[in-house]
Design a protein around this ligand. Sequence first.
Ligand code: FMN
Length: 298
Amino acid sequence: MAFVAGGALASAVSNAGGLGLIGGGYGEMDWLEAEIKRSHNSDIGTGFITWSLAKQPALLEAALAAKPKAIMLSFGNEAPFARQIKDAGALFICQVQTIEQALSAHDNGADIIVAQGSEAGGHGAIRGTISLVRETVDRLGNLPVVAAGGIADGRGLAAALMLGASGVLMGTRFYATQECLAPDEAKERTLDATGDATVRSSVVDMLRGKDWPAPYKLRTLQNDVLDQWHGREEQLSESLEEERKAYDSAAAERDFDHAAVIVGEATGLLKDVPLAAEVIEEIITQAEACLARPPGCL
Ligand SMILES: Cc1cc2nc3c(=O)[nH]c(=O)nc-3n(C[C@H](O)[C@H](O)[C@H](O)COP(=O)(O)O)c2cc1C
């Protein structure tokens, strides 16, 4: 999770038995190096937005110098980075949104595929999680497939395992944890929202000046800015300069009626802001109960 999954969250997840990933995002070297230093567990990884990494490949060198357990690439052509990651001894994780991308990642040497459905918070595409995960598992044979998008509790983990996934990747659930770097006001909003209250849109990227390639759009909580501009992107582009200034001020003031809270449909499942380790423990306990006694479980 770009800029909100720092070293503290990644370490907490890995210390609790998961694999924590620092959100390298668009790539700010100072931020990345500081967060790598802040992590107290060598068994963490770093995630990058592939099309953005292609503009600043030095970021990958900095991440690999810390001997990470894994590097995850998402949103773009992973091929140019595969050899460097694998030669450094890191697990090469590719997050994909389509079967075509999954096959390409497989051919480019991915060790783990994350199949991300559109329910996910942050950037993504259009396919839903359930059939994408199932189909990816079927087509990739023995390569581990991890399910992402809309999973925030043990029932989701158990369901993903039933689909043939080897595990789950969660963003939204960890957004509402103590260690996440998101502002408290934003975390609070995720607790009040139902899963109906998110939208996948290009509006926030236009306002932030992030030039995302198709087909990727950003899922966030619906707010006044989305009410005003989603579906009216052409009109927004006509007054973009002015609207960008207003957006930047709102973000600086933590005014989340206007600035984005980046979470997915799983926001409707969040009820608290626990420690990351508590999330992991509860999810595993719940999933074990589900798997021992389906259906209905907890
Ligand atoms: C706040 C936030 C930021 C994210 N940033 C990134 C990112 O920089 N790179 C990336 O590959 N995925 C990013 N994601 C998507 C996650 O990798 C993951 O696919 C998603 O969170 C899974 O769905 P969920 O949110 O329903 O758990 C982000 C997700 C969130 C919630």
